[in-house]
Design a protein around this ligand. Structure first.
Ligand SMILES: [Zn+2]
Ligand SMILES: [Zn+2]
Length: 654
């Protein structure tokens, strides 16, 4: 048996089906482009105009309006690789497969093809060595929906039939085993099966969750997942008596999920077939690459090329790398650094709440763990540049901003280290004979930003004990408000399109144009966020707004509101929009056909938008008010610097 807890980079001599992240990504996009799909760019990690969620966490999230029926400017067949971030997985990072940042490969049918196209395509992509990943089909297992008798939704027999034929085409016996629940799965085990069915908890998708929770009018449907089996990883009975595809022991890795949105819940609670049936596929890019490397020693998402190249710059203490704890810390550093680089690349900066708070947590945890694995000096800059080069083709903004990103990370590490130095003095003061109380640990956390792990680590080094339960009791008592607020917004879901949010969104367009009018055309948007309370606009500019400039900006926005200008949505080719000088966010990529919103002139209509006389034209997905008169009165609530050359305005309407 191989040792799971020794960190080793893959020797250069090994090249077993070794594919890089970029290769798998470009093969996937080419594969679906060849099947009539338009490639759309990745949306930002920070969702625009969506106050209900902090981060883009799946490829589907930015496409929800289109899955619900709005026509997409790029047509009915779409594909992309979407940058995704899941903050709720932070504490799970450290095993062989969890990461906070990942890319989700997606393909969508918006009322076009369905199961009999989707499943064979995915199977071909995963198994074909020329155009796809070339995985051995003997290592693939699939799951389908078992049906729900209470809600009278039938089992997904069609998918069972399609999968059976696909495996037969590779001379693989594909026994169908209805497992029902996850509990039954761990009791009954594999039973020689290849295709398994599970209940609503595992194989049903809707935004609201299981069918009984869905509101009337909500679409949803069965899904079908593909798992890759790492045969050399033994089942761990800690996770259940028997192993099965949905077991969490690490043997089965979920690599893709096809959602078939085919039902709608009616007012009477019954389900009926949707008029427009959609497919939404999401596949884990990193996981597919890891599966392609599968060899008994390297069954680990952290062995893909990107993480290997990042690890190369660390040269950690080899003794520590032979411990389970050392390997866990290494994985955390690799994951958190890559995530931080991409978040900063999309405009997030360390802060005490919201997205910035999550970034701060990632960086402080990285700083903490780097203390114990002791990498060589200068590793932060080296790692940022390694990532920037690896992703240069797909995400140019990371490469262009690499120096700035490294600077932000170094500054945050510096702050953390200074806090650690202060905290150490306090630690020494508080240590008593053989112990640090839980209350002491909490005070260190509260006043010096000492995470629990740090206190525990220093205590262990000095042969002291810390009362973890007492620390946790204190922690729960004083739970940081911003953290609670942040956690509350992790739930996800459709953009809040409350009326006020929409009004603020249109105001946001007016504000950007007003800033350019007052400060000059060099003002460019660098980030935005809108909630139902306020708008926030980050823009490139060197100096603070003077009181006169602030008043002038407010005046222009309010004049445009009073003029009651029409707001018009047009679709056009990207080049055409660029020729019009439509505003777009600095560093973002756009698809070949785009949606553009223009404001004014007074006589503009849908048929004749009169762009040459418009006050504002922006690349934008909406939604907006139909006339600026609906907005109300605008005021700048705050203007401040967020980073060198970047200013931030918060504005409100009443
Ligand atoms: Zn298992
Ligand atoms: Zn907009």
């Amino acid at each position: 048996m191989f040792a799971t807890h020794i960190w080793q980079n893959i020797p250069k001599s090994i090249n077993i089906g070794l594919m890089t992240l970029s290769e798998v990504r470009s093969r996937y996009l080419a594969f679906f482009a060849a099947r009539g799909h338009n490639i759309i760019p990745s949306a930002s990690l920070v969702p625009e105009n969506d106050p209900t969620t902090l981060f883009t966490s799946s490829g589907m999230q930015p496409l929800v309006p289109y899955l619900l029926g709005q026509p997409h400017p790029e047509g009915k067949r779409l594909t992309n690789s979407q940058k995704s971030f899941r903050a709720d997985d932070i504490d799970e990072v450290g095993d062989n497969r969890h990461t906070t940042f990942f890319e989700m490969l997606g393909n969508w049918s918006l009322g076009d093809y369905f199961k009999k196209e989707q499943l064979p395509w995915i199977f071909e992509f995963l198994t074909d060595p020329q155009t796809g990943v070339g995985l051995d089909p003997m290592n693939l297992y699939v799951t389908v929906f078992a049906g729900d008798s209470e809600m009278e939704i039938p089992a997904d027999d069609e998918s069972v039939k399609i999968w059976t034929e696909l495996f037969h085409s590779k001379d693989i016996e594909a026994k169908y085993v209805p497992l029902g629940s996850e509990e039954n799965g761990s009791a009954a085990g594999m039973q020689g099966g290849r295709i398994f069915s599970y209940d609503v908890k595992k194989n049903w998708w809707s935004r609201a969750g299981v069918p009984s929770k869905m509101p009337a009018g909500e679409p949803g449907g069965p899904d079908s997942e593909v798992f890759y089996e790492f045969k050399a990883i033994p089942h761990d009975p800690k996770f259940g008596a028997q192993c099965h595809p949905n077991c969490d022991c690490g043997r089965f890795l979920e690599i893709g999920n096809s959602v078939f949105m085919e039902y709608k819940k009616r007012e009477d609670g019954e389900f009926e077939k949707l008029a427009q049936q959609n497919v939404d596929f999401g596949g884990g890019l990193e996981r597919m690459v890891a599966a392609s490397i599968d060899s008994p020693q390297y069954m680990d998402v952290f062995h893909i090329d990107v993480f290997q190249k990042m690890a190369d710059v660390l040269t950690p203490d080899p003794v520590i790398m032979e411990t389970e704890e050392g390997v866990r810390k290494m994985r955390v550093i690799l994951d958190h650094m890559r995530a931080a680089i991409f978040l900063i690349g999309d405009g997030v900066l360390p802060a005490n709440k919201g997205q910035g708070y999550v970034l701060r947590r990632l960086l402080r945890r990285t700083a903490l763990f780097s203390l114990s694995i002791k990498p060589k000096d200068g590793w932060i800059d080296a790692m940022v540049w390694a990532v920037a080069k690896l992703y240069k083709e797909q995400y140019e903004n990371i490469f262009a901003d690499a120096d700035k990103i490294a600077k932000t990370i170094n500054e945050e590490f510096g702050k953390f280290m200074a806090a650690v130095a202060d905290g150490m003095q306090e630690f020494e003061k508080r240590r008593k004979a053989g112990t640090i109380t839980g209350k002491d640990a909490f005070d260190l956390y509260q006043s010096y930003g000492f995470p629990w792990e740090l206190t525990q680590e220093i205590a262990t080094e000095k042969g002291l004990k810390v009362d973890k339960e007492e620390f946790e009791r204190e922690f729960t008592k004083h739970r940081d408000l911003s953290r609670t607020a942040a956690a509350g917004t992790f739930k996800g879901g459709l953009a809040d399109t409350s009326e006020k949010t929409i009004r603020l969104h249109t105001t946001h367009h007016l504000l950007l144009r007003a800033l350019q009018t007052v400060l000059g055309p060099t003002v460019k948007q660098r980030g935005s966020n809108i909630t139902s309370e306020r708008l926030r606009l980050d823009y490139l500019h060197d100096a603070k707004l003077t009181d006169e400039q602030k008043a002038a900006v407010e005046k222009i926005v309010n004049e445009k509101i009073v003029e009651d200008l029409p707001v018009i949505r047009s679709e056009m080719a990207l080049e055409e929009a660029e020729k019009l000088g439509a505003e777009h966010e600095f560093g973002q990529k756009y698809p070949a056909r785009v949606s553009v919103y223009s404001i004014g002139p007074k006589s503009a209509t849908l048929e004749n938008p009169q762009f040459n006389k418009a006050f504002s034209i922006e690349f934008c997905g909406g939604p907006h008010v139909s006339h600026t008169g609906e907005i109300g009165h605008f005021t700048i609530a705050k203007e401040e610097a967020v980073a060198a050359g970047i200013r931030r305005i918060r504005g409100v309407i009443e």
